[in-house]
Design a protein. Sequence first.
Length: 330
Amino acid sequence: MQTRPLGRTGRSVSAIGLGTWQLGADWGQVSQIDALAVLGAAAAHGVTLFDTADVYGDGRSESLIGEFLAAAPEHGITVATKMGRRLPQNPENYNPDNFHAWAERSRRNLGVDTLDLVQLHCPPSSVIAADDTWSALDDLVAEGIVAAYGVSVETCAQALDALSRPNLTNIQIIFNPFRLKPLDEVLPAARAAQVAVFARVPLASGLLSGRYTEQTTFASDDHRSYNRNGEAFDRGETFSGVDYAIGLTAARRLAATLPDGVSLPAATLAWIASRPGVTTVIPGARNVRQAQGNADAGALLDGGFDLAAFDATVHEVYDDLLRAAIHPLW
Ligand SMILES: NC(=O)c1ccc[n+]([C@@H]2O[C@H](COP(=O)([O-])OP(=O)(O)OC[C@H]3O[C@@H](n4cnc5c(N)ncnc54)[C@H](OP(=O)(O)O)[C@@H]3O)[C@@H](O)[C@H]2O)c1
């Protein structure tokens, strides 16, 4: 597994990480035993970066990671958590008192004195633009509560605004074959600023697994049932904001070009991780098989797969089917 620097922290993280929203809630049920097995499988296959948030299952995802770290500290995992979504998205809720309370809760859940990395969780644009936000985060670092901070964003414009902040460690943004704008707008700027980029929703919520059909259904407590039109949170977080039927067509076109033995999710993860400026790609996994398969996709970065040919197909499919609907929005 390749590793890359985590911004200017001096730490390195694996090119393929693990997203753990699935281990909290919103994706149907994942038992505690299965969730711990997913964490173990990812770590055993070279993953050293777990992405979580204080709201995933109201702390369940963080607590499971805390339990895993206590039992298996030898893996050298960096945990990136998020804060900001425990209260309504009023800019004034992003204040020093709440930052302290949220960070304190995450420290308890994860069982650590200092949080490795805290990302603001898709805050309003005005929060990203405010000097006070960043000085409050600097204070958390000075107090030893967090080692580093970053921000998860919805749009490229928000990413570029955040990149002007000198102590930013990472940007987390949706980037996948159905979302190409960050390629031109965010990755070069982040690279120049030595800010890490985490590519989230890399499989477009599973559409890029290539497994779904027109007949696929999702549980009622799965956001792929209840947030297709942005009813609960930003529409872009579900299937990357892509119309389901168009996504199926696009995924089939991508899969049709792959050589035998290379799956669409593996090709997708390797392609994302190989784009200059991407630090790590954080696929969510609901079971051990997915966690292992995703980690093992890291091997495609070391040769044996024609990334340039796949890159050309990704651009063709995006331009034909997706650019007009997706590019202007995020
Ligand atoms: N606002 C934010 O900051 C934010 C928002 C969204 C996500 N995130 C983070 O980003 C992570 C990744 O995004 P995501 O989980 O939303 O979407 P994703 O990684 O694009 O898709 C995850 C889904 O893809 C399917 N999948 C994963 N690996 C597979 C494999 N090897 N083969 C076949 N199918 C596979 C699974 O679908 P099934 O469930 O159908 O098995 C899984 O639930 C999250 O876990 C979270 O940590 C952050």
